[in-house]
Design a protein around this ligand. Structure first.
Ligand SMILES: *Cc1c(COP(=O)(O)O)cnc(C)c1O
Length: 462
């Protein structure tokens, strides 16, 4: 399993030494096509998203706001479906950003939905997602969550511990259901952006280790329980991975287990779930692999290795989260103060911060930002975009170049904030969490309402 234990990061290449900022881009107004939503453009110098002027979006919905391009989300969902083909199934990992509208869009494009908690499951069911297309993950699912999922029925439950196998069998018996089970396997693949390596010991909390034989034993236990239907194997090696080799090594190892299961039990693994983790570009230097390339590599390995092992080719499943919603969304902020710190750099304070994007503070993640409410030909100014929280680590964009005529009241847009920003948002310093606004074809609507101070005060019942 990956050393990258957290869904949202970290990855090599994210940290730039403070004395080595990137060089200024040739054109401060340019929108790098790999980083911005597919429909983003400048019209008369002003950034438009889904055909709407960001000044109008800010006036109508306030700032900070996450602006999500529906067309972009749908097109990326279709990219995965097209690349992996008819016989595969793509699940959207809803923890990246979980809302009913987004779950409806992706299921309309043919995706299933991954959930890790009863909360995400409740959103999926209330969005009308077919329970047969919902997979429940988690290393410590509560009995009530297992019950909720088994009762909804049809989908997969990914078992992650021996206790859970027993617990699931007991609950399934009580409920009179026979859930389809995937066994989560820890492959020992250590996934990085630029390298991967095999580790003998898998020192993290998820799954059953292949190396120790725990994965074989978990499959034995599931098969011994007639109340459970063994459907297949699951592996998820990490997140924001650029090197497709890591996925391929993991696929090979899980297929070897499928071969052993066939030999030992005469049972076919019908589902092979290779997880998510496909990296996206946050900054121009990021060279994210194309979905087509990842798909072609995985499909050919699954086909050739199944043939070599003499087992039927299992159905391939993947679970992208970031790759579906990450690039679709731009966070709009209003500039409040601009402080030049002794010729080192300029600190640009915006009206949000680590409460709406904690990835920079937590992982030294890199982001791209531009002046959005107008274009400018002023010379570049080395900047750091910071929030309004009482932490010096409250940084949104560590290094960027902004035009030197930047002024309070200007709007800044930070790109690729669709995944793990709103879902990791907090109310630190009692800031209401921003809303999420969907844009498409010139119209805009809130899909997650902006919180108000009343929302926060209502919780304070002391
Ligand atoms: C987080 C997670 C994903 C999605 O990861 P991304 O990096 O967002 O693609 C998929 N599967 C599982 C089991 C996960 O925990």
């Amino acid at each position: 399993m990956s050393r990258v234990a957290h869904p949202a990061g970290p990855r090599h290449g994210d940290v730039l030494p403070a004395d080595h900022p990137p060089t200024p881009p040739a054109d401060l107004n340019a929108l790098h096509p790999a980083i911005w939503p597919r429909g983003a453009q400048r019209v008369g110098g002003v950034l438009t998203l889904g055909g709407i002027d960001v000044r109008d979006l800010a006036a109508r919905f306030g700032t900070p706001a996450l602006i999500m391009d529906e067309t972009d989300v749908r097109s990326r969902a279709r990219d995965y479906v097209d690349a992996f083909g008819e016989d595969a199934q793509v699940y959207y990992a809803s923890k990246a950003f979980c809302s009913r509208a987004v779950l409806r869009w992706v299921t309309e494009e043919g995706l299933g939905v991954d959930v890790c908690t009863g909360g995400e499951l409740a959103v999926a069911l209330s969005a009308g997602v077919d329970p047969a297309l919902i997979t429940l993950h988690g290393n410590n699912k509560l009995p009530a969550e297992i019950e909720q999922a088994v009762t909804a029925g049809g989908g997969h439950i990914v078992v992650d511990s021996y206790e859970e196998i027993a617990r699931l069998a007991y609950l399934a018996d009580v409920l009179g259901k026979r859930p389809r089970v995937l066994v989560r396997v820890t492959t020992g693949v250590e996934a990085h952006t630029h390298e991967f390596m095999a580790t003998a010991h898998d020192d993290q909390k998820f799954g059953f280790s292949l190396a120790s034989g725990a994965a074989d034993e978990a499959v034995r236990r599931v098969l011994a329980l007639p109340g459970l239907e063994f459907a297949g194997l699951h592996s998820h090696i990490g997140s924001q991975i650029f090197d497709t080799g890591g996925f391929e090594v993991a696929a090979r190892r899980v297929l070897e287990l499928a071969g052993r299961i066939h030999l030992e039990h005469g049972v076919h693994v019908t589902e092979l779930d290779l997880g998510g983790g496909f990296g996206i570009a946050y900054v121009p230097e990021d060279d994210a692999p194309e979905v087509k390339t990842i798909a072609a590599g995985l499909r050919s390995i699954v086909a050739s290795q199944s043939l070599a092992l003499g087992i039927p080719v299992p159905r391939l499943t993947i679970e992208p989260g970031r790759g579906i919603v990450g690039p679709s969304t731009v966070t709009l902020y209003e500039v409040g103060t601009i402080k030049d710190v002794d010729g080192i750099r300029t600190y640009v304070s915006v009206d949000g911060g680590m409460s709406d994007n904690v990835r920079t503070a937590l992982y030294d993640a890199s982001y791209t930002c531009v002046l959005a409410s107008r274009s400018s030909t002023a010379p570049p100014m080395l900047s750091r975009v910071v929030g309004r929280h009482c932490e010096s680590g409250d940084i949104v964009v560590r290094h960027c170049y902004l035009p030197s005529d930047l002024a309070p009241g200007d709007l800044l847009a930070v790109a690729a904030t669709g995944a793990y920003c709103r879902s990791l948002a907090s109310n630190y310093n009692h800031l209401p969490r921003p809303g999420v606004v969907a844009v498409a074809d010139g119209s805009a609507r809130e899909i997650v309402r902006r919180e108000t101070m009343d929302d926060l005060l209502r919780l304070d019942v002391g």
